[in-house]
Structures are given as C-alpha cells and as structure tokens.
Design a protein around this ligand. Structure first.
Ligand code: SAH
Length: 347
C-alpha cells in the first residue's frame, strides 16, 4: 500500500486516515493545523500529540520538508525568487521548482509552480523548454507558500498560479491545492485571492466552471488570431481562438470577470492592426487585459515591444472600452519575471 501523503490531505481525509489508525477523529484536525496553519515540518514539533501516535504517523505517512536551495533578491528588494527542492518520498524522487515572492503595497503575493517543467512548449517561455518532469502534488504546491511564509516571517495575501507549469494540465492536484489552502482550519486563504493562469486547455476551463470555484481566471492569450497564436503556442493548434473564447464567455456568464494576459513582442503581435483585431475578438466579454512586455529569453529571438508600440496598443484597447493594465516587470534582474522560471534540475 502507498504511504499516505499527509501534506496533500484535506481535513476530512486526514480525520478518516487517523481513524483508520485507531485514533479519534479530532486528532486529524490537530495534525491538519500543525501542517497547514503552523507550518511545522516534522512530527516531533506536533507537541500536543501522544508520542505513540506520532510514531504511527511516522511509519504510515509521507511528510517531506521543502528545502530552499537558493534565494535571490532583486536590486529594488521588491522580489525574491526561491529555488525549492521538493523531495517527495512517496513519488521517490526529488525535483526543483521555483516560486517568487512579490511585495505590493497591499501585502505579499506569491507566484507558485504547479509542475516541474511543462509540456505546453510555448515558443517564448523558458519554463517549458525542456518538457515536463512531473506534476506537483497538492501538498507540494501548498508547501511553497508555507515555507516562504514561515522563513520570511510574513503572511501571504495573494497567490497566483503563474509559475512553472500549466495548472490545468495538473487539474486534480491544483483543485485540491485550492481547497486545501482555502480551508478555514488551514491557511484560510480566500478563493478570490487565488488566480489561476492557463494557456487555454478548453475542456479543463469548462471543468473549472463545473467545480464552481471563486478563484480568478487568467488566460494567456498573446495573439488576436489563430495564425499568430499558433506560431507562438502549440496549444492553439489544438483549440482555436474561437473555441477558447467561447469557454471564456461561458466562464463570465455568472457575472464574473476574466483576465487576458497578452505578451507584447516586438513586431510579432503588437501592431495597431493587432490591437483592433483583438478588440473585435473580445467584444462583449467582461474582462481585464493585462499587457506584459515580453521578457527576454536569451535563446529565443523575441524582444519586448517598444514603449511607443505598447502605448498605441493600449490606447486602442482603452478607447474601445477595455480595462487595460501594464504588468510591472518585477524581478527581471534575477530572472524571476514571467516566462523566466526554469527547472534547474534538468539533465
Ligand atoms: N501555463 C500557464 C501558467 C504560466 S503563467 C499559462 O500559460 O498561463 C506565466 C505567464 O507568463 C503566462 O501568461 C505566460 O504566457 C507568460 N510568459 C511566458 N514567457 C514569457 C516571456 N518571455 N515574457 C513575458 N511573459 C511570459
């Protein structure tokens, strides 16, 4: 029998599990709080549990301690990038992933990885350059927050699933992660403070709608038509822009708003004509458009759009009534910016 993955367990699962070990259910809640609220990393620290019970947990569960193997701080001190080693004895391997902590006026936000590597293969993105290593478990995704919060001595108010990996390609673990950190007996992080970003796995967007989560959804759009999108993103060959936008229209039907992320790449997708085409495509969708000046990935030939092109593009969208923001380029000096996260453990 596989050992019980205690970091990925919901409160109910933990209570069922401790019962199966012959303990009272409330012991499950105690363990849940130690892990998800007090961020302890071994059973010895769970001081309100009898020694014999801790012994049983040690024998029957997997409980890894996330390790920070490297931490880089941006010059302006706004951004810190953490290289994690997640040694998961259940899966019998160890992978390295990155997470980024950003200080905003309103609090701290973390950008988490959901997979080691990625199989989406977007042309402009470093995270997927070497394919997928493996999915992260719910506990491994959550542990990135716990470790950062604990080691920095801060509370985290926002989480974005915009690090390495495609969250919807690791659907079950990501949904479980959301429910885990949302739980009142755990981190108690509001679903509205969690944003999931996807390159557009259309059937999984419908699954997200069915899960009835209150999280924010961001779509990596990056192009106003299939021709440009297919050049940049292999997933666009599988699902057309019209299919993707039909899923987005369904998502916003209940009054919700969606975010479209649009990387600005010089000479590729940033002309005034591209902006006008985008306005037509997105007409009628309750959305917010986030323009992201492309970050350099040395091995790719793409460069960021000129400030003038960005201003013109942005004006056209705004004049059509869209809300537009320009993403701050936080952390680019430590390669912590969008599309620069890598799996340093690659062969
Ligand atoms: N796979 C998900 C989650 C990754 S989010 C997704 O595609 O949305 C990371 C964001 O950074 C995405 O919007 C992605 O398209 C963007 N990104 C990737 N490479 C980039 C680059 N070189 N410059 C700017 N943004 C980039």
């Amino acid at each position: 029998m596989d050992k019980f993955d205690i970091r990925s367990a919901t409160l109910d699962e933990l209570c069922d599990f401790v019962e199966s070990l012959g303990e009272k259910r409330y012991r499950g809640q105690q363990v849940f709080e130690w892990i998800n609220q007090k961020f302890v990393e071994n059973f010895d620290e769970m001081t309100n549990l009898p020694a014999a019970f801790r012994e049983k947990l040690m024998i029957h569960t997997v409980f890894f301690a996330p390790k920070i193997v490297e931490k880089q701080i941006s010059k302006d001190n706004s951004t810190k990038k953490f290289l994690f080693e997640l040694q998961n004895y259940g899966i019998m391997d160890s992978v390295q992933v990155e997470a980024v902590l950003m200080a905003y006026r309103h609090g701290f936000s973390v950008c988490l990885s959901t997979q080691a590597g990625c199989r989406m293969g977007c042309d402009f993105c470093a995270s997927g350059a070497h394919g997928l290593v493996r999915n992260l478990t719910a506990g491994e995704i959550a542990a990135q927050i716990y470790k950062i919060s604990h080691s920095e001595g801060i509370g985290i108010s926002n989480v974005v699933l915009m690090g390495m990996g495609e969250p919807l390609d690791n659907f079950d673990n990501v949904v479980k992660f959301i429910r885990l950190v949302n739980h009142a007996k755990g981190l108690n992080l509001g679903q509205r403070n969690i944003t999931l970003s996807t390159c557009g796995l259309v059937p999984r967007i419908f699954d997200i709608i069915r899960e009835n989560l209150q999280i924010g959804l961001a779509i990596s759009l990056h192009a106003p038509n299939d021709q440009i999108r297919r050049r940049l993103m292999p997933i666009a060959r599988k699902y057309s822009l019209d299919e993707l936008l039909a899923a987005c229209r369904e998502y916003v039907r209940g009054g919700r708003r969606i975010t479209f992320e649009y990387i600005m790449i010089d000479g590729v997708n940033d002309s005034a004509g591209n902006a006008r085409e985008l306005c037509k495509k997105l007409a009628g969708i309750n959305c917010h458009i986030n323009l992201i000046p492309a970050n350099n990935i040395p091995e790719k030939g793409y460069t960021k759009s000129k400030p003038r092109a960005i201003a013109i593009f942005s004006n056209i969208l705004e004049n059509s009534g869209f809300t537009v923001t320009l993403r701050r380029e936080l952390g680019s000096d430590i390669s912590a910016a969008c599309g620069q996260l890598r799996n340093s453990n690659r062969a």
